[in-house]
Design a protein around this ligand. Sequence first.
Ligand code: ADP
Ligand code: MG
Ligand code: ZN
Length: 210
Amino acid sequence: MRFPLMSNEERNNRVSSNVNTGHLTVYTGPMFSGKTEALISDVRRTSLARRKVLFFSPEVDTRHQGKIISHQGQDLENQTGIRPVIIKDFDDITLPPSVGLIAIDEAQFFGPDVVSAVELFLQSGRRVSVAGLDLDSKGAPFGVMPFLLGLADEVVKCKAVCMDCGEPATRTYCHAPPLVNSTVLIGSSEIYQAMCLKCWFENRQMDDFR
Ligand code: ADP
Ligand code: MG
Ligand code: ZN
């Protein structure tokens, strides 16, 4: 993958000399680990402080028709009054100065533009909260997430509960047959399960014999 940070020239063109230090929190971990709940909680706290929030979600995530709903059923808009902005990528985003928090869900589905955008948000002194899967169901780093994790001031590794043994789960297991040339199969508990490393590994080994 091309290294997605801005070049110095791009940076100079786009950022005024007035550079600030924002704050980036990344919530990561497997599916069902509470990443979206953590984002909704940050949004709620920011709204309590009467600051504006911009919440971005990728177009490719088609599970809830433009709504942000956690696996527990928490609905962003019902709970906070904030409506998500569904976008394909971050190439043309300008922020009103009053925005206190930029929240980004399912960040692993965005292209490299999300990394440059987050850099810009930070340089303009904003708080940014990002949620995204660290690993795909094959155990490989997921898209731009390693870059966002590198930029983060704070990384929260969320854990789910292993659906095989009940231990803390750090992995996502996919029940569907493997896709050719693709990591992305959108779905929920009918396709994916949270698992600990041991159970995930055993299930993957059994898959090899099927
Ligand atoms: P994520 O965004 O990380 O996929 P969500 O924030 O949408 O997760 O959902 C977390 C909620 O999912 C938990 O609070 C719990 O109610 C529910 N849940 C369902 N399956 C599991 C599981 N295997 N482990 C933990 N929580 C689960
Ligand atoms: Mg989520
Ligand atoms: Zn387990």
